[in-house]
Design a protein around this ligand. Structure first.
Ligand code: TRP
Length: 324
C-alpha cells in the first residue's frame, strides 16, 4: 500500500501535530511504502520570509527523524524537491470548477477570520491534490480537518480521467487519524494560530510550565472530578499507558486530588515520550548534513515516481515537453 501525507513547515511543531499526524505516520512506516513530505510550497501561503521558511523546513525534518521516522523505511522529503507538483496543480486547475474551491471549509474559515486571501490560499487544495495524485497514493492519513481536501482530490482525479478518457490518476482513500482532536491549554483544538500549543521541543522546564497552565474548572481539591470533561485528562489519555489512564481516572472520580497533581503526572508522561526524542534531536541539529542527505535521497526517489506519473498525465492531455 502506498501511503502519502504532508505536514506544513509553518512553525514550531506541537503535541497536536505529533499526536494528530506524525505519530501515525511513524507507525505506518513498518508495513507500507510511505511518502511523507514537508509542505514548504504550502507553508509559503503563510510564511513569507526566506530564512524562516528554510529553517522551518529543516526543523520539520529534524523533528520527524527525532520522533522515530526511519529514513530506511519511509521517504521523507521536501515538497519542493518535486517541482512537478506545481505543474500538475496547474493542469488540475484547468479541469476543476471554481465553485469546488469556493466550497472549501478551511478557505472559508480563514476568510471568515478576516484573512485577506491570496490566490495561493484559494488554490491550496489544487496543490494538495497534486501532492497526492502525483504518487498514485492509495491512502492518505490526515486529521479530520483535512478530509474535505481529500474528497476534493478524488473529485479532481475524476474530472481529469473523465475529461481525457483514461484512468490516469488514482482516486485515494482517507485514513482518519485516531486522535481526532488534541486540545490546547485553553481547551480549543491545539493550533499554533490559537496560541494554545504545547510545543514538542521547548526546554523541559518551559514545557512543564505550559502544562501547569492548562485550563481546568474550579472543582475544589476534595471533590470528585469528571475526567471526561478535563483538558489535562484528554491529553493524558493520548500519551499514557492504559494502566496509567485507568489509575488517573480513579483518582479523578475518588476526589482528594487537585488538578496540580494531574498536571504534574501529565508533565511526567510528556517528558517520558519527548525526552529521548529531544536527545536525538540535539544530535541531528549538530549533524545537519546528514538530515540534508536524507531529504535529497528521498526527494530523488519521490521525483522519479512523480515523473513517471507526469509522463502519463502529459500524454493524456497533450502537453509536450521536449527533451533538453
Ligand atoms: N494541508 C495539510 C495540513 O495542513 C498539509 C498537506 C499538504 C497535505 N499537502 C498534503 C496532507 C497532501 C496530506 C496530503 O495538514
Amino acid at each position: 500500500m502506498r501511503i502519502l501525507s504532508g505536514i506544513q513547515s509553518s512553525g514550531k511543531l506541537h503535541l497536536g501535530n505529533y499526536l494528530g499526524a506524525m505519530k501515525q505516520h511513524i507507525e505506518l512506516q513498518a508495513e507500507n511504502e510511505c511518502f511523507f513530505f514537508i509542505a514548504n510550497f504550502h507553508a509559503l501561503t503563510t510564511v513569507q520570509d526566506a530564512k524562516v521558511l528554510r529553517d522551518n523546513t529543516l526543523d520539520v525534518a529534524i523533528d520527524y527523524l527525532a520522533l522515530g521516522l526511519d529514513p530506511h523505511k519511509a521517504n521523507l522529503f521536501r515538497q519542493s524537491d518535486v517541482p512537478e507538483v506545481t505543474e500538475l496543480a496547474w493542469i488540475l486547475s484547468t479541469v476543476t470548477g471554481k465553485g469546488l474551491l469556493e466550497r472549501a471549509h478551511s478557505y472559508k474559515d480563514k476568510v471568515d477570520k478576516g484573512i485577506e486571501p491570496s490566490m495561493g490560499l484559494f488554490t491550496y487544495p489544487l496543490l494538495m491534490a497534486a501532492d497526492i495524485l502525483i504518487y498514485r497514493s492509495d491512502l492518505v492519513p490526515v486529521g479530520k480537518d483535512q478530509v474535505q481536501h481529500i474528497e476534493m482530490t478524488r473529485d479532481m482525479a475524476g474530472y481529469f480521467n473523465n475529461k481525457f478518457g483514461r484512468e490516469v490518476l488514482k482516486l485515494p482513500a482517507v485514513k482518519l487519524n485516531d486522535a481526532l482532536i488534541v486540545p490546547g491549554i485553553d481547551g480549543q483544538k491545539m493550533s499554533k494560530s490559537y496560541g494554545n500549543a504545547i510545543n514538542l521541543f521547548d526546554p523541559p522546564k518551559e514545557t512543564r510550565k505550559r502544562i501547569m497552565s492548562i485550563r481546568t474548572d474550579s472543582t475544589p481539591v476534595e471533590a470528585p472530578k469528571n475526567p471526561d470533561t478535563c483538558n489535562v485528562f484528554a491529553i493524558y489519555k493520548l500519551m499514557a499507558t492504559p494502566e496509567e489512564v485507568a489509575a488517573l481516572r480513579k483518582k479523578y472520580l475518588a476526589g482528594g486530588m487537585g488538578y496540580g497533581e494531574a498536571k504534574s503526572l501529565l508533565a511526567d508522561v510528556v517528558e517520558r515520550v519527548l525526552g529521548p526524542a529531544r536527545e536525538r534531536r540535539e544530535k541531528l541539529v549538530a549533524n545537519a548534513s546528514y538530515v540534508e542527505d536524507v531529504l535529497v535521497a528521498a526527494g530523488k526517489r519521490a521525483r522519479s515516481v512523480a515523473n513517471s506519473v507526469m509522463a502519463d498525465v502529459r500524454d493524456a492531455c497533450g502537453i509536450v515537453v521536449s527533451k533538453q
